[in-house]
Ligand binder design. Structure first.
Ligand SMILES: Nc1ncnc2c1ncn2[C@@H]1O[C@H](COP(=O)(O)OP(=O)(O)OP(=O)(O)O)[C@@H](O)[C@H]1O
Length: 376
């Protein structure tokens, strides 16, 4: 279990994380969503003690990260991989981590097998593709067989087979009773993987709810109807108190409509239907609607991007989206200039003693120092 209470992080006058309180529970995959710059990575770094909170508290199974006796047995993490620590072979990289954390060597072979890197175990990660680097980071996270796993954008760089593999792995780990906390920009992927969602925008909590509840609360459902006699059908539906509106390509869209009732009304009035289909909103649509006002960095697609549909329900307390105007899709937003770079895979792990290649020492403030150096 990961528990955040009023967790806040300021960088100068920028509030990256703003009073977050939520609990990530075991036995389920919890997705962590937010537009670019929402504060997801900063939150994850504070969980691992890589950044110190300005205010508030985060605990892993009731303890701060620094108080964990065997951190790799409690929590394994993959932070967003932008570079791979390349000095040693993949096997030796994991072996060093295992030895400095009292983990038996046989576990190194096991995790390499699990992530599909067994054949390249003796190769140096600097020659690895982004996807292979991700797999090595995931192997690092799994090394201590931890009860909690935290992944920042784990499917980055993975091919479809790799994406399917990580999805299955996360669901399997959750079914074993572990806590799995994962951020991703790929909404379709998140929709298939997570059962629970934490959504943040500009550092604030926007939603903490089940996937199905989130979609139901933040999007509209409607029925799409096509007929060669749209005006007649429009009149019939309006008379019956339904709210049809013109949809794309000549279709009618009936908000909150009941497909069976619409079909029966059409039949009773001998109106031919070419289509009668209930439309279920996607996670992406619900996400864009909820976070519309929290998007910090807007991209501009040629010709504009569709705003979320009118009439959608927004969760109580959530910011209302603007009535009109283009919204950038989450995946299409610009990265902020000078945006923070993440440490290499397995970056939260302590380096082996005396290892000159290892990452800088961990502890509060490490993340900020490391990022300052990266930006230079
Ligand atoms: N070390 C830092 N110094 C100054 N500002 C920072 C630092 N780290 C993060 N920020 C700022 O804090 C905000 C939150 O950043 P963070 O990387 O946590 O967001 P994110 O949700 O992970 O974004 P993305 O999805 O783009 O990775 C951003 O505005 C970012 O520019």
């Amino acid at each position: 279990m990961i528990e955040l209470r009023d967790l806040t992080k300021r960088y100068g006058d920028k509030t990256a994380v703003d009073g977050l309180s939520f609990t990530v529970r075991p036995g389920t995959v919890t997705g962590f969503l937010g537009p670019n710059g929402a504060g997801k990575s900063t939150t994850m770094r504070m969980v691992l003690g890589l950044d110190a909170p300005t205010r508030g508290d985060v605990r892993i199974e009731g303890k701060h990260y620094g108080e964990l006796k065997e951190p790799l047995n409690s929590i394994g993490a993959l932070l967003e991989a932008k570079g791979v620590h390349g000095g040693r072979s993949a096997y030796n990289h994991l072996l060093c981590m295992a030895q400095s954390n009292g983990i038996p060597e046989r576990r190194v072979g096991e995790v390499l097998e699990m992530v599909g890197l067994h054949d390249v175990a003796r190769k140096r990660p600097k020659g690895f593709s982004l996807g292979m680097g991700q797999r090595l980071g995931i192997a690092s996270a799994l090394l201590g067989d931890p009860r909690i796993l935290m992944f920042d954008e784990p499917v980055n760089g993975l091919d479809p087979e790799g994406i399917h593999w990580i999805r299955t792995l996360m669901q399997h780990l959750a079914r074993e009773g572990r806590t799995v906390f994962v951020s991703s920009h790929l909404m379709s992927e998140m929709a298939q993987t997570a059962e629970h969602l934490i959504v943040i925008g500009q550092g604030k909590l926007l939603a903490d709810t089940s996937m199905s509840q989130f979609i139901a609360e933040n999007s509209r459902t409607h029925v799409r109807v096509r007929t060669p006699e749209p005006q007649r059908l429009l009149d019939v539906l309006t008379t019956e108190g339904l709210r049809p509106a013109a949809g794309a390509q000549g279709a009618l869209e009936v908000d909150g409509g009941d497909a069976a009732r619409i079909g029966e009304l059409a039949a009773a009035h001998r109106i031919v239907l070419h289509e009668l289909s209930p439309q279920r909103a996607s996670l992406e649509e619900a996400f864009m609607r909820l976070t519309a006002q929290s998007v910090e960095y807007h991209g501009h697609a040629p010709g504009g991007v569709q705003a979320p549909p009118e009439g959608a329900q927004v969760a109580p307390g959530a910011p209302q989206p603007p009535p009109e105007g283009p919204q950038a899709p989450p995946g299409g937003t610009q990265a902020p200039p000078g945006a923070p770079q993440a440490p290499p895979p397995g970056g939260q792990q302590a380096p082996p003693p005396g290892d000159p290649q290892g990452p800088p020492p961990e502890g509060p403030g490490w993340g900020e120092d490391w990022q300052r150096r990266r930006r230079r």
